[in-house]
Design a protein around this ligand. Sequence first.
Ligand SMILES: NC(=O)c1ccc[n+]([C@@H]2O[C@H](COP(=O)([O-])OP(=O)(O)OC[C@H]3O[C@@H](n4cnc5c(N)ncnc54)[C@H](OP(=O)(O)O)[C@@H]3O)[C@@H](O)[C@H]2O)c1
Length: 314
Amino acid sequence: MTRIGWYGLGSMGLAMANNLQRHLATKNALSLLYNNRTMARGDALQALGGTPASSFEQLVGKCGIIFTMISNDTVLQNLITTALQSGHSLKDKIFVDCSTVHPHTVGLTVSKLAAQQASFVAAPVFGGNPIAVDGKLVFAMAGPKRATDTVRPLIDGVMGRRVIECGEDATRSSLLKIAGNIVTVNLMEAVGEAQVFAERTGLGTAPMEELIGEAFGPVAGGYSKRLTTGAYAPSLSTRPGFGVSLAIKDANHARTMAKDHNVELPGLEIAQENMEAARDYAGECLDSSAMYGVLRQKAGMEFWNEKSRGGNEQ
Ligand SMILES: NC(=O)c1ccc[n+]([C@@H]2O[C@H](COP(=O)([O-])OP(=O)(O)OC[C@H]3O[C@@H](n4cnc5c(N)ncnc54)[C@H](OP(=O)(O)O)[C@@H]3O)[C@@H](O)[C@H]2O)c1
């Protein structure tokens, strides 16, 4: 029986790994072996039956399928280097990365692993933490067919509600993820602008939120709730749902690729400038929707609203 490993227990990774471990338990399979930079993040996973590994190297040595869900390209590259230098044979192992990274990073990773007869599947996800908790993420998946066929039963109906197949070239799913985030970031900007407009004109954020949820769907409605509940600027003791620096990374990836292909992304540029201004003003502990705070400032209001960190109710 192939043992499955998991590295990365952040906002998304922990929720996903919990669902995978629950699934493995129902199949009487070997427990999920996990590792994370901050091991204490795995306490909930261990309580579900997951088994801590002492290092990423140990995970690689013991597992045939290794999932990663980490913040950015550099972290993924470092993990792959660690695997390559671990001294363990990587032959026939399958590495599955669910993070959002540049297709170029995916291409490099595929080549490095292929040289060791290992496979790489890029399986980035759409949906935030609550959707990850519910096991209802949308996955884009690409990689060698034998590998994707092996991995799909661990994803479909376990961590995700839908798998969009992008073929055997792993860079394709990464490209789809970057393209999808152009919509995500623009939508957050649009919802933020509408809510600032609603507040300043005296319409109020409540009817605006009702309309956004009803007319533009639950994703847009969820973005509005991040503003009205103050989640755009959470307490310093918590982790943001989708950290502002992660969304800036995604916007940078999209803009680099757009430039290479002579595509203009003016909406994304404005949203990115507002996210960067938010981070300059309020630091790292911000959600990607924190452009809202800057839009508030531009309209003569405080960055903080009543429910956010720094607000009246805090
Ligand atoms: N959040 C979302 O709504 C969302 C949705 C779709 C896709 N994504 C993408 O999914 C990925 C994960 O997102 P997330 O929200 O779960 O991020 P997160 O909460 O910031 O977690 C990041 C993970 O990477 C680890 N990490 C960060 N820097 C590291 C380093 N230098 N060395 C080793 N490990 C490191 C963290 O370890 P520690 O626990 O020790 O900090 C944690 O496990 C990102 O690529 C993001 O763009 C996020």
